[in-house]
Design a binder for this molecule. Structure first.
Ligand SMILES: [Zn+2]
Ligand SMILES: [Zn+2]
Ligand SMILES: [Zn+2]
Length: 372
């Protein structure tokens, strides 16, 4: 690092000097008040090797300190968190996202080409606004069913826990309660997830977590249509209290004509009746386990059979209320997508664009650098 700091001083213009890190919600932690230290040109980016501004903070009580690992140019090129390298929109590893969106990575891996490429990208990124991803991702469009199935909608703070105490594992830790590391049995050492490599993760290759998640997506359950062909109603749960009838119509109209939408706000669910069975089947097929509206993953089921197809919504409500497990007892969506079995690992998890609702106190770490 010392060499690059002196030898590339002439090139310092291209070094990153950020005011605020690009982070996912999980890495920020659940504490609304965060104290961060900021060290200008504190380390080399683990991908492009240029010095960048390192931020360091503790994401909550009994969590381990975290710091940014890659520079903002590299993070924005892939639209990922500077610390965990998970996609900021879906909370998924780059390999999963890029496979799903059919994005081909065009970042050169040889040092010279990479340097040139990154400098060009730096320039390009400077021209677009900071919420738009750059690089290949910026050109990709559309979404994918696999992404919708796997996307995380809530932060996964467990990922910020301390690493496992290696002394304790050997039965030699004498620090007891004082020990800042976790006294827990490690997961299977043969677990491929224990062996992560930040470059592979960034380039989206040989990422064991990604492979495991993609395998999971292909085995996720499907919802079979009921035998009774007169059923054209879907039950939609986990609405929360902010989603409106219009939000539901906006999403569900694409599958066919809707006869009625009945919202039971107390139970935070709704019934959507289509005018035709094919429309209802299409809606279930494209929505089960995949719809995320207003940051919530909706819970989709088939409605119950009805004697006649009345338009009377009040009657509909009475008939349909006993649909599976109301209220609140609906089976929760599969949790723990990312914990896969290595809770200590610093990989997978959630995001959603950095919530700037937090109060962050930035402490600059002064460096004795002779400027100019
Ligand atoms: Zn970088
Ligand atoms: Zn993160
Ligand atoms: Zn210990």
């Amino acid at each position: 690092m010392a060499t690059s700091k002196t030898s590339s001083t002439y090139n310092r213009q291209s070094w990153e000097d950020a005011e605020f890190p690009i982070l996912c919600q999980t890495c920020l932690g659940d504490n609304p008040y965060i104290r961060m230290t900021k060290e200008k040109y504190g380390k080399e980016c683990k991908i492009c090797a240029r010095p960048f501004t390192v931020f360091r903070w503790c994401p909550g009580a009994r969590m381990r300190f975290k710091k940014t690992e890659v520079c903002q140019t590299c993070a924005r090129l892939k639209n990922v968190c500077q610390t965990c390298l998970l996609d900021l929109e879906y909370g998924l590893p780059i390999q999963v996202r890029d496979t799903a969106l059919k994005i081909k990575d065009d970042i050169p891996k040889s040092d010279v080409n990479k340097e040139y490429y990154i400098q060009n990208m730096d320039h390009e990124i400077g021209k677009i606004d900071s919420t738009t991803p750059a690089g290949a991702l910026g050109k990709a469009s559309g979404s994918s069913e696999m992404l919708m199935k796997l996307a995380r909608t809530t932060p996964y703070y467990k990922r910020n826990r301390p690493h496992i105490c290696s002394f304790w594992v050997k039965g030699e830790c004498r620090r007891g309660e004082e020990c800042p590391y976790r006294h827990e049995k490690p997961t299977d050492p043969d677990d491929p997830l224990a062996d992560q490599n930040i470059k592979d993760r960034y380039y989206g290759v040989n990422d064991p977590v990604a492979e495991k998640l993609m395998a999971r997506a292909s085995t996720m359950p499907k919802l079979d249509p009921p035998e009774d062909k007169t059923i054209t109603t879907l039950y939609v749960g986990n609405l929360g209290d902010k989603l409106t009838e219009q939000d539901l119509r906006d999403h569900f109209y694409q599958f066919g004509e809707i006869r009625s939408v009945t919202i039971l706000s107390k139970q935070q669910c709704a019934f959507i009746q289509y005018t035709s069975r094919p429309a209802a089947e299409a809606a279930v097929e494209h929505s089960f386990n995949k719809v995320i509206l207003g940051g919530r993953r909706l819970n989709i089921k088939w409605g119950r059979a009805q004697a006649n197809r009345g338009e009377d919504t009040a009657e509909l409500k009475v008939r349909l209320e006993p649909v599976p497990g109301l209220p609140g007892a609906l089976p929760p969506p599969p949790k723990d997508f990312f914990n896969l079995s290595n809770p200590g690992g610093d990989f997978p998890t959630p995001p959603f664009l950095p919530p700037l609702t937090k109060l962050i106190e930035m402490i600059s770490v002064e460096m004795n650098e002779q400027t100019r």
